[in-house]
Design a binder for this molecule. Sequence first.
Ligand SMILES: Nc1ncnc2c1ncn2[C@@H]1O[C@H](COP(=O)(O)OP(=O)(O)O)[C@@H](O)[C@H]1O
Ligand SMILES: [Mg+2]
Length: 322
Amino acid sequence: MSDAAAGSAIELRQLTKVYKAKEGDVRAIDALDLQVERGEIFGLLGPNGAGKTSTVEICEGLEEPTSGEVRILGRSWGEDSQGIRERIGVSLQETKFFEKLTVLELLELFASFYAKPMPLPELLALVGLEEKATQRYQNLSGGQCQRLAVACALIGYPDLLFLDEPTTGLDPQSRMRLWEVISSFREGGGTLLLTTHYMEEAATLCDRLMIIDHGRCIALGSPKQLIAELGAGHVVSLEAPGIGERLQAAELSSLASVRESTSLGDELNLTVEEPHVALPAILSLLREKNIELAGLSTRHVSLDDVFVHHTGRHLRDEEPRK
Ligand SMILES: Nc1ncnc2c1ncn2[C@@H]1O[C@H](COP(=O)(O)OP(=O)(O)O)[C@@H](O)[C@H]1O
Ligand SMILES: [Mg+2]
């Protein structure tokens, strides 16, 4: 077996990236270890500023790490950058193409970079842009631009594909189309590193994912595993002014079927095993304490709850950078 055929698709060891800035240094990635196996759809999930793009751009050879080791498809960038480049596909967080070129002209341009590009009719069908082939880039919708960027990433039959927030800002229909493109890439045996701040996207698409915050791994596993680690299947969310200070964690977690409580200001989240058992106990405690609720909801545990569990913040609080 050749060196390049051995090993994981991506191996990062103690990866660190510090940006020098006037206001002070920014530690965007902080001693991150990451291993993505071949054939995996691996997700980096985290809020804005977590270090996702920095990580991906180092893997793509577009940014230099401050320290740490990077191996892509068994090689390092210093050793064989051409070899890596031929086997990866990249779609950046933001892509700008020539405004006046048509979809077909842009794809022809990208096809010319590869010895054996995917036939363009096949590629257009894959990303659902057949009807837009003769449209200029400047007249495409956001979803169509994003699918075109993914088409450019797929054109050289990459073994390893990087998609940085491919569905941010897209309407639900465009998002579904991109999810289909990703599924068909997976069926062909490709490896994908995907970043997203959408927990549903990570839960639906990824075999495994790493939740990152401040450049550090806070949880790693399959979506199912991460959710199972919370030890309860449901969340009861209570809203009342200052509720987090008015109830003690210990008295909450001693209630029937309640596992854990997390206070988020005027919101209190309880992970519970059986809502029908926990709710009467919760309501009776609230009556005892004279706490009037402004709202109560129950839901299945999600990856957002995993994030809340580790950080005390919601993933959804932070809006993506435009
Ligand atoms: N070129 C840069 N110079 C200075 N700081 C940067 C630069 N690029 C990113 N950062 C900072 O590094 C952190 C991580 O950014 P990024 O990797 O883009 O996160 P994400 O993709 O998860 O939103 C943020 O605090 C961001 O402001
Ligand atoms: Mg980013």
